[in-house]
Design a protein around this ligand. Structure first.
Ligand code: COA
Length: 190
């Protein structure tokens, strides 16, 4: 069963495979990794017709981090180093843009090595808590019709296709209030 906990300001999410992942705000220092993951994405699936240089991407990211309507996140898991010490490993990036009253636009990008492990669904579900906290009631996304993994992951995460514009499916997820177990204030779960 899925479970959400807020621990030390980070959202910990146990996905349908019993795997714990963490969602944290992105920093500028995550910018290069995000740019590299993006290089490994099928350009046909993007709205943009060209790939930004690292410098262009970093300038975009610096501006995005300052924007009140844009939130950037990093999804992480705990791995154990060769020395046996636990450490966090980045799995991917999520972007949440406020695009209207109560409406957010979501986009997800997993690191190439994290793809195909069922984490696409986990990533989309993990964004729901911060989206609700931001007062959003509806999440939308645009997915290229050829992007089978993204389409299947979004259906599994509860999104439905409402429209199709050109080669892009418009998908929507309605957010309902959800009980959150907060370890920071267990007396008063939100
Ligand atoms: C799209 C993305 C988030 C999906 O996450 P993922 O972890 O790779 O996908 P999952 O392992 O969760 O698989 C989701 C479904 O797609 C299927 N799938 C996975 N890879 C696939 C592929 N290459 N082709 C077709 N189906 C695929 C899985 O079998 C699964 O189907 P099921 O739920 O019916 O079993 C990830 O691949 C990614 O970041 N891609 C690059 C960026 C991108 O395309 N983002 C989406 C645009 S917003």
């Amino acid at each position: 069963m899925n479970e959400l906990q807020v621990v030390g300001g980070q959202t910990e999410y146990t996905d349908r495979n019993g795997r714990a992942v963490f969602l944290r705000s992105a920093h500028l220092s995550d910018g290069e990794a995000i740019w590299r993951w993006r290089q490994d994405m099928n350009l046909d699936f993007m709205r943009a017709t060209s790939s930004p240089t690292l410098e262009e991407h970093m300038a975009w990211m610096a501006a995005a981090l300052k924007s009140p309507d844009r939130r950037l996140y990093i999804l992480e898991e705990t791995v154990v180093t060769i020395e046996g010490a636990p450490c966090r490993k980045s799995l991917g990036h999520l972007r949440l843009d406020v695009v209207g009253d109560g409406v957010g636009s979501v986009s997800s990008l997993l690191a190439p090595e994290a793809r195909g492990r069922g984490l696409g669904v986990t990533a989309l579900m993990s964004i729901e808590k911060p989206a609700r906290d931001a007062g959003l009631r509806i999440l939308i996304a645009e997915i290229h019709v050829g992007n089978s993994a993204a389409l299947r992951a979004s259906v599994a995460a509860g999104y439905t296709e409402t429209d199709r514009i050109g080669d892009f499916a418009q998908i929507v997820r309605e957010l309902y209030p959800q009980a959150i177990v907060s370890t920071e204030n267990p007396e008063h779960p939100t």
